[in-house]
Design a protein around this ligand. Sequence first.
Ligand code: SF4
Ligand code: SF4
Length: 216
Amino acid sequence: MQALPTQQKTSDANAAAQARYRNNFLREVEANVEGGEWVKMCMQCGVCAGSCPLGAHWQHTPQKIFMMIRAGKREEVLKSDAMWMCTSCYNCIVRCPRKLPITHIMHGLASYAHRLGLAPKMQPTRDFSIQFWKNSTQTGRVNELKLTLGLYFKDGLVAGIKKGWSMRNVAFGLLKAGRLNPFELFGGHRCKDAKGIAAMLNKAREIEAQHKHAPN
Ligand code: SF4
Ligand code: SF4
């Protein structure tokens, strides 16, 4: 099967990163991941792993992820779904004796893996993040009805209808309570300053691109 343009782009980005940082995954993380320059400061005390309310149920705890980065386990780290499970509770950051921005690094790694096309497919947090981003950046406000339907129908028409049907009582309850407006499907609320939102997003992209191409 011929690769789709987006797949081609991410696979090219992955190949370029591999060529550029060959055998030095730590340097790659430092140059491309938010907070990545902090990874070398980790002293493997394990406090973050012990403090994370969910880490024990993940493939790898933050402590293990940082050790794997330094050991050059590129594929294992970037293809892991551990970073996608972080709930941003900040327990680890508060307790880390070295003050590593662990939460930011976890999200930064997830984002980098996504940009390279290595993030696990069908990962629910990733799916939700993609839908949420597309939805909220169009008008500057989240259209909850479209977001919900987007998630229901992401696996196809039949799966969407089944999911929608299973949630019909909740939908009717929301309708009765005035919390669901079917007309949101045809437009809905939007921010007044659309140009301002677009300018803000462009600036954020510019800052992110500068970080990604920072000298290392
Ligand atoms: S608490 Fe901080 S220093 Fe300790 S293992 Fe976690 S990241 Fe490393
Ligand atoms: S912020 Fe994320 S990694 Fe840190 S303790 Fe909470 S869930 Fe775990």
